[in-house]
Ligand binder design. Structure first.
Ligand code: GDP
Length: 387
């Protein structure tokens, strides 16, 4: 599936950068157009892969290139005032080439939190293609103000996109490392999960390889629907081709081929279970899913129709939803089999409820926190403006 990707704010821009790297090294062809938007000049300059002409600095008259701190209201204002410039950068694409838009943003800060929902609303008005969001939730220990910002932004963002794909930093944070190192790993996780999903829809990249049941862009679009929240599960397993070859020889060859097929079927079903019941991008009750999509990728000899069908039935029972799509994506040079499970339209998401509770608590002392952050921002603008 070909996407126009927009990274809004610092986290959004960094994730966009990683997607561009993923796309170019893997040749997946999922990015039709890439634009980074920010109120902070330094963040935009720090990107490696986004073309210079597609980096849009907004809100210069408001924050003078220094960012929006933790004030989504500022992010929103900057986005509204300079929407035309964002639009100009997006207009550089040929819209017939893309299947959908995706706006990516960390929801706990200021620029992405406030600006991403505004851009979503704008794009929905202008284009017929679906507009999706990839909303990054802050970790719990980032505190009340971040969680409060995220709770509000999550709601607004969800109201203005066709589907909001959720990713919770809290569920993926690794202990020990510095924040920067932690984000590098988390961003890899984001890009590999969602990248694998979107590349599956980009069937042209398959070349000669023929999937038994193809999942194309329209299947992904139908799964995501026109409203709702999505969580994605992922599990993979290396296939030890060499070792297996030796084992077969030791056994005197594989006479029936049945063992292979049986192994592949079992591997697929167990991977799909792990993907669904393991760590999701956004923890949710899987039986609150409205529509699901299951994708199995890997070397062609490790994928079979029976395994995918069996896994699909299991997913139907577990999610208790009637609309479950399934497909395979053969990757001849890959050494692992991976299962991606898309749970779309989930309604029971405890983390969002918790964020809303944290937001109410934070509301009680928000004026104080906001005054502090405004003071910091003013100082930054006053002392840091050397232009
Ligand atoms: P903005 O520039 O004002 O939109 O704010 P940021 O994007 O810097 O931060 C908003 C939130 O995004 C933070 O609270 C973090 O939870 C998260 N965040 C910041 N940087 C990254 C990153 O590189 N990766 C991920 N996954 N999350 C990030």
């Amino acid at each position: 599936m070909k996407l126009a990707m927009i990274g809004f704010g610092q986290a959004g821009g960094k994730i966009l950068d990683r997607f561009l790297e993923y796309d170019s090294t893997r040749g997946t062809g999922i990015i039709g157009h890439a634009v980074a938007v920010n109120t902070a000049k330094a963040d935009l300059m720090g990107l490696d892969f986004v073309p210079d002409e597609n980096r849009v600095l907004i809100g210069q008259s408001v924050v003078k290139g220094h960012g929006a701190g933790t004030e989504p209201e500022l992010g929103e204002r900057c986005a509204r005032e300079d929407m035309e410039e964002v639009q100009t950068a997006i207009d550089q694409m040929t819209s017939s080439e893309i299947d959908a838009f995706i706006i990516m943003a960390g929801l706990g800060g200021g620029t992405g939190s406030g600006g991403a929902p505004v851009l979503a609303e704008h794009l929905q008005r202008l284009y017929v293609e679906p507009v999706y969001g990839l909303g990054i939730l802050p970790a719990r220990d980032e505190g009340g103000i971040y969680n409060r910002n995220a709770a509000r932004s999550f709601q607004k963002f969800a109201e203005n996109v066709d589907n909001l794909l959720g990713f919770d930093n809290d569920a993926f944070k690794t202990g020990g490392e510095s924040l920067g190192e932690g984000y590098t790993e988390i961003n890899e996780e984001i890009v590999s999960r969602f990248g694998a999903l979107f590349s599956a829809g980009e069937v042209e990249a398959l070349g000669d390889q023929v999937a038994e049941s193809v999942v194309d862009a329209s299947e992904i679009i139908n799964t995501l629907g026109e409203h709702g929240i999505t969580s994605v599960g992922y599990a993979s397993e290396e296939v030890e081709n060499e070792e297996k070859g030796l084992l077969d020889r030791f056994r005197g060859g594989n006479d029936s081929g049945l063992d292979d097929a049986g192994d592949a079927t079992n591997r697929i079903t167990s991977l799909v279970r792990r993907a669904t019941l393991g760590k999701l991008t956004l923890q949710c009750e899987v039986d609150s899913t409205e529509r699901a999509l299951l994708l199995v990728s890997g070397p062609p000899e490790a994928i079979n129709r029976k395994g995918v069908d069996k896994a699909r039935k299991w997913l139907e029972n577990t999610t208790q939803c009637m609309e479950v799509r399934a497909g395979d994506y053969p990757l001849p040079n890959e050494d692992k089999v991976a299962a991606i499970v898309v749970l779309s339209g989930v309604t029971d998401v405890p983390r969002v409820k918790e964020m809303q509770r944290m937001a109410i608590e934070a509301e009680e002392n928000v004026e104080q926190l906001r005054a502090q952050s405004k003071e910091d921002l003013d100082k930054l603008i006053e002392y840091g403006d050397d232009e």
